[in-house]
Design a protein around this ligand. Structure first.
Ligand SMILES: *Cc1c(COP(=O)(O)O)cnc(C)c1O
Length: 492
């Protein structure tokens, strides 16, 4: 046996390379990373799929024998970086973009090198304290009291799920009640809510989509009337979701009015602020946040409005006892960890046990930069969206959607004699083929709108000016093509 152990040790030691090897790898990875970042201005925001990148690259196969890092970095460039959307690019203005702050990459590196066990206070008191401090900072930003607690999740979807499940338990719903339970939301609510409802076993509950005003905000009077009617009919209204910045258009529901209704009728009020939450850092927006502190739970997404790389969301719950009631668990093999409860452990307030030490990727950029540039960048993105909204309407035949409430603007071209929905889909396709700027689209009451979502910290005035120019150029091309087609008597 000893011989076998010794033989195995020789090979297994390959998993722990010496410092010369590590430094060589570091240099290669840093060279790759800096090349990627130094070229970011010239690189496309979007690579259209083509036949050369269809199918599974054989370089992705896992083999018995080792490969060299340079060839692996080449594979990453070819088969990952040069495909699809480039979320690090200033030109990514589709969906809700992210960005990915550089110090977060270093934070991930530090967290992974030491591999702190950030799920449990006993195991990593420093790491858990750091995460709890960051959550307290967010809680203070929202205006939650000392009774609040929160968790750094992998993203907004899991945060919404935790919020919903916590509400279900806090309101004492049993399986036999689910058929009569009622959830209130807007049709503009993020689909992660519907997903969370199913995962939480609440598929039988009734979803009430409350009518919206012309700015796509939930109408509080209609909400109240619906709750009253449902209560009279013996149903169990228990949960309201309001959006602080819808994904579609950045619409902000009237938070304060909804909060008052939730208090009056004793419903759980969850705010989905995955997109809009950190705009609270901009003082001029404080009016839009009126009443957030009255909510029972709120979702924030640092990988959106704090520009972190993907993989970090947050849920805050005003009364931590409800979070604990759902998630706290005592296992025999964890008995050593129970004695030290000086701080809440992430494992006690989330579905996860072992988790990535996410706090480090958040704390490092906040500390290295300070809050000032975050506030400036958020206000700048907001103004860029307003600037775009103003300028696009100056181009003939273009119309814009509602004035941006956050950093999303919508627009469309109204052609003289062809179907506007088809026309705008073609414009979007032409922009994607160019690839310097990536936009996405949406459908509002059957009308096709192109969205410009500005949230990458690298996006500045020159990028919006380039976008306006590209829109004009592509529109000109489409118009002259349509005219030619018409002249040829083939107008469809
Ligand atoms: C992005 C988003 C979500 C989902 O968050 P993920 O981090 O993508 O899981 C939920 N709600 C809103 C409003 C969002 O914009």
């Amino acid at each position: 046996m000893i011989d076998r152990i010794k033989t195995l040790e020789i090979t297994s030691r390959q998993l722990d390379p010496g410092s010369i090897q590590k430094e060589e790898w570091d240099a290669q990875v840093f060279k790759y990373a800096h090349t990627f970042l130094n070229n970011i201005e010239e690189e496309k925001a979007y690579h259209q799929p083509d036949s050369t990148n269809s199918g599974m690259p054989e370089e992705f196969d896992v083999q018995e024998e080792a490969s060299g890092l340079p060839e692996l970095l080449e594979t990453i460039t070819t088969h990952i970086d040069n495909t699809g959307i480039n979320p690090a690019s200033a030109g990514h203005m589709g969906y809700i973009p992210g960005g990915g702050l550089y110090p977060s990459a270093l934070g991930d590196y530090i967290a992974a090198v030491s591999n702190r066990y950030a799920g449990v206070f006993f195991a990593a008191p420093g790491a858990v304290k750091l995460e709890n401090r960051l959550l307290k900072w967010m809680s203070d930003l929202i205006g939650f009291p000392a009774s609040a607690a929160g968790n750094l999740t992998s993203g907004g979807s899991i945060a919404n799920l935790i919020g919903l499940v916590t509400a279900r338990e806090a309101k004492g719903l049993k399986a036999r009640d689910f058929e009569r339970a009622v959830i209130y939301l807007s049709e503009q609510a993020h689909h992660s809510l519907q997903k969370a409802i199913r995962i939480a076993g609440l598929n039988e509950a009734t979803l009430r989509y409350i009518p919206l005003d012309d700015k796509l905000r939930l109408i509080p009077e209609r909400l109240q009337a619906q709750i009253e009617q449902d209560q009279q009919n013996g149903l169990i209204p228990f949960f309201i979701n309001s959006s602080l910045g819808t994904t579609n258009t950045g619409a902000i529901d009237p938070i304060d009015d909804i909060a008052e209704i939730a208090i009056k009728f004793k419903l759980w009020h969850h705010i989905d602020a995955a997109y809009g939450g950190f705009f609270k850092l901009v003082p001029s927006l404080s009016e839009k946040f009126k009443g957030v502190e009255k909510a029972d739970s709120i979702t924030l997404d640092p990988h959106k409005s704090l520009f972190l790389p993907f993989g970090t969301g947050a849920i805050l719950v005003k009364d931590k006892k409800f979070l604990l009631a759902v998630h706290h668990y005592l296992a025999d093999y964890m008995q050593d960890t129970h004695a030290s409860n000086q701080e809440l452990s992430p494992a006690d307030i989330s579905p996860e046990l072992t988790k990535h030490f996410r706090g480090m990727r958040l704390w490092l950029p906040l500390k290295l930069f300070g809050l000032k540039p975050f506030r400036a960048a958020l206000e700048e993105k907001l103004l860029l969206a307003n600037y775009f909204h103003q300028e696009i309407q100056k181009i003939p035949n273009f119309e814009a959607g509602p004035e941006p409430q956050l950093s999303v603007a919508t627009f469309r071209y109204v052609p003289e004699n062809s179907d506007p929905n088809t026309w705008n889909a073609e414009l979007l396709e032409a922009l994607r083929k160019d690839g310097r700027i990536f936009l996405s689209s949406t459908s509002i009451n059957g009308v096709f709108w192109i969205r410009v979502a500005i949230l990458i910290y690298r996006t500045h005035l020159k990028d919006i000016q380039l976008l306006l120019k590209l829109i004009q150029n592509e529109t000109g091309k489409l118009e002259s093509r349509n005219k030619q087609v018409y002249k040829g008597n083939k107008f469809q």
